[in-house]
Design a protein around this ligand. Structure first.
Ligand code: PHE
Length: 341
């Protein structure tokens, strides 16, 4: 009997490895292991065995059964993995990765929304721009040393006789005169959100970044309106706990001019490598210079205005709860970082 079992086992093993479809495999399983299968018949024969051999044969049959079942299962896997037409609805699906908007896109949308709520229209003025709109019309003379502060990229095309060289705009202020010319007669209430370019790269600067520029021109616009608008933005965008401050400054296109600072969220005011001293500079602001209004075709005796220009990235980073120690991470294409926002 022992030999019979060994023969049966060897036969079955040889057959199983030859089988290449699930139906034949099932038939084989019935032939050997089914209720009336060949192994079951042997089990029934155990009764006839005499003495101590009974136990041994029982164990042998059980082991044979186990070996055959294992081999059948592994053959089943082999057949399945070969035939890709087979659909197994029990296998869990692969979820497609779901993306999210880049932090800067979200920032732009939020900034635009905040200003739209108080009647500003959104614009996106030229990023490749003439010197005239970037500097000249903003009251910079040709050799004004303040031009150096903007670390401008020049585009290698012939100069225009009136508009000067072509540049990658270093600030969104280049949209001021364009908007004045577009609207013609005030009121103007616009926020220009666009890419800007400057030759700089460190923990708080990238050569391509974004600014948003507010411009309001109307009758009787004063510094009170500027302060009110900045306060409105700070409270609605950053939350109650953030502080802002205005420092007297100089820009050729505003008079008086200020720099707008906001308390740093990374170090909470104690000073860190991002902010140096607890405050982070967001950008400038001021009352539109009469020469700029004139260049936009607006009479400064009748109208006045204010403008402010801040960095989108920095503004968003300073928003409550967001601790990014290096601005360059935003443009690193590192999904592990970007997925968090
Ligand atoms: N354009 C200035 C800058 O990039 C900021 C500014 C905008 C200042 C509007 C005053 C008014 O630094």
């Amino acid at each position: 009997m022992k030999e019979e079992i060994i023969n049966l086992k060897n036969q079955a093993l040889a057959q199983i490895t030859e089988i290449d479809n699930l139906e034949d495999l099932k038939d084989l399983q019935i032939t050997y292991l089914g209720r009336n299968g060949r192994l079951s018949k042997l089990i029934k024969k155990i009764k006839e065995v005499k003495g101590g051999d009974k136990k041994e044969i029982g164990i042998q049959i059980n082991q044979t059964k186990k070996t055959l079942l294992e081999l059948i299962a592994s053959q089943k896997q082999k057949i399945k993995s070969k035939s890709n037409t087979e659909f197994d609805e029990t296998v869990p699906g692969i979820l497609p990765p779901v993306g999210n908007l880049h932090l800067v896109t979200k920032a732009i949308e939020e900034i635009a929304k905040t200003f739209k709520a108080i009647g500003f229209s959104q614009a996106r003025y030229n990023e490749v721009e003439w010197d005239y709109f970037g500097f000249e019309s903003l009251n910079f003379t040709k050799d004004h040393p303040a031009r150096d502060d903007w670390e401008t990229f020049f585009v290698d095309v012939p100069e225009d006789k009136k508009l000067g060289p072509m540049i990658l705009t270093p600030h969104t202020s280049s949209g001021q005169v364009r908007e004045m010319k577009r609207v013609g007669t005030p009121p103007i209430r616009m926020v220009n959100i666009a890419k800007c370019y400057r030759r700089q790269a460190d923990v708080s600067h990238v050569p391509m970044f974004h600014q948003f520029e507010g411009l309001v021109v109307d009758k009787n616009i004063s510094i009170v309106n500027l302060k009110g608008t900045l306060d409105y933005f700070a409270q609605n965008f950053f939350g109650e706990s953030r502080k802002t401050r205005l420092r007297p400054y100089h820009f050729p296109f505003t008079e008086p001019s200020f720099e707008v600072d906001i308390s740093c969220d990374v170090c909470e005011g104690s000073g860190c490598k991002l902010c140096k001293g607890g405050w982070l500079e967001l950008g400038g602001a001021g009352m539109v210079h009469p020469n700029v209004l004139r260049n936009g075709g607006i009479d400064p005796k009748i109208y006045s205005g204010f403008a402010f220009g801040w960095g989108v990235e920095r503004t968003y980073m300073m928003k409550e709860g967001l601790k990014i120690p290096d601005i360059r991470l935003l443009y690193s294409s590192n999904l592990q970082i970007l997925k968090q926002f």
